[in-house]
Design a protein around this ligand. Sequence first.
Ligand SMILES: [Zn+2]
Length: 172
Amino acid sequence: MCSKILIDNEYLQLKKEVRELMGTVIISKSLSEYDFTKNSFYDSVKKVIYTGVGSTDEYYLRYWGITNNNLYEICKRINDLLFGITKFRKWSENIAFESVYVLIQGLFHSLIDVWEIIYEFSSRDGISKMIYQHVYWYFENSIFSKIFQFECSRCKKTVDFIDGSNMCYECS
Ligand SMILES: [Zn+2]
């Protein structure tokens, strides 16, 4: 009896995780809602990155870029922001702590030989901007292009594209 409940619970948990990983989708009812969701996310991400870089120790920043603690804080906040718009906990954690973390760390690793020169000619805002644009590019091309969908204002079907009147191809 007990073990059956356990198996059922495990099954439900597993099913939820698979659904999260395979089917994370954000459905917008209009192009303006879609723009608003994305722009609010990017505005917040920008602030998070500027704050993270701003609070990194001068010496560390000069030789190695941002600290792991700062990087972790940035990813933690991005995780919260992603969860805020998708409500998918596991998926948000994966994107924030696996992809974004590695992406930013990789950026500094790839620049290690020229980092001091870049540092000499950059401000903190310049470094923040560089990281932000890297993260923005990733979300635009690799994440949001896959998870955003729309609800047609007429037939209510979920579709990949809507026109300026928020209708699908068939209804417009
Ligand atoms: Zn339609």
